[in-house]
Ligand binder design. Structure first.
Ligand SMILES: [Zn+2]
Length: 289
């Protein structure tokens, strides 16, 4: 399995110069099996840039197929969808899976409404678009990839976390998750257990979480609903026995240097005897499992 990051930022895209080394686009991750079967995790702003890149392959000739797995439909996870260029080419197939009961199609179509977008309707995509809601316990087989999922607590709502396996290797994707009351989420732990790479959100610094998670712009701003800190992501990775943690869904205010400092603090906290590699997901970075 090959994995490449196209968007790693949380809440909204950041174009500040001091965030660009980690990356400013909202969540989008490209996953391919050994035969090049394409699965995309989330449709944040990074999806536009991935879509452009895909035009060099079958999707640029109207002969491609892509599966898009959504964690949930907050704007930062779907705002790239109307700008996914392969969806405008006849002959392509875009299959979307996500939560939301029977409303998933309506939610995706809703952001094309003329109030928000000149696209007006899903009918204006020339590709075939298929939208499916995930059923509890449903497992997907996409090429050589086996995908399972679970609903994770995320403040007032829920988010889907995914685990993707090819052969002996597994990737867990937990782009937004809350560990209520400081206890690690049992569902998140089960999804991540023993995987090679865990992509886990680190929206908060430990200090921000301790302060109640107050979020954007300063103490007078409204709090963001349940997210995790760097420390919680590391604790989950340790409890799950994963080999490598990639911090993800960074706060839009968080400069690159602060991301590095928060990770370094975690490396020092766990000490050198613990075998866990802690790094950040970075836009443009790729790895193979
Ligand atoms: Zn969200």
């Amino acid at each position: 399995m090959r994995v490449r990051f196209w968007g790693v930022r949380g809440a909204f895209a950041s174009t500040q110069a001091d965030t660009l080394r980690v990356g400013g686009n909202t969540p989008c991750v490209e996953v391919r099996d050994k035969n090049d079967e394409l699965v995309i995790l989330d449709a944040g702003h990074g999806l536009y840039w991935l879509g452009k890149q895909l035009l060099t392959g079958p999707l640029g000739r109207g002969k491609g197929r892509v599966t898009l797995l959504l964690s949930h439909t907050h704007w930062d996870h779907i705002q790239g969808f109307p700008f996914f260029v392969p969806a405008f080419l006849p002959g392509n197939n875009v299959v979307v899976w996500g939560p939301g009961g029977e409303q998933l199609h309506a939610v995706l179509a809703g952001q094309l409404d003329p109030t928000y977008s000149p696209l007006v309707s899903m009918d204006n995509f020339a590709a075939k678009i298929e939208v499916n809601e995930l059923a509890a316990g449903q497992q997907l087989t996409l090429g050589k990839l086996t995908v399972r999922h679970a609903m994770l607590e995320n403040g007032e709502h829920h988010t889907v976390g995914y685990r993707i396996r090819e052969g002996q290797h597994s990737l867990a994707y937990l782009p937004e998750v809350h560990h209520p009351g400081g206890q690690l989420s049992a569902t998140a732990l089960e999804l991540a257990r023993g995987c090679d790479v865990l992509i886990h959100e680190t929206y908060y610094s430990p200090a921000q979480l301790a302060a109640g998670g107050v979020s954007l712009g300063g103490p007078s701003a409204p709090p963001a609903s349940g997210h995790s800190s760097f420390t919680q992501a590391v604790d989950l990775a340790l409890a799950a026995g994963v080999k490598r943690l990639l911090c993800f869904y960074h706060h839009p205010d968080r400069p690159d240097a602060e991301v590095e400092a928060l990770m370094q603090a975690e490396r020092e906290r766990i000490g050198s005897k613990v075998e866990l590699e802690i790094d950040t997901a970075r836009e443009g970075a790729e790895f193979e499992l």
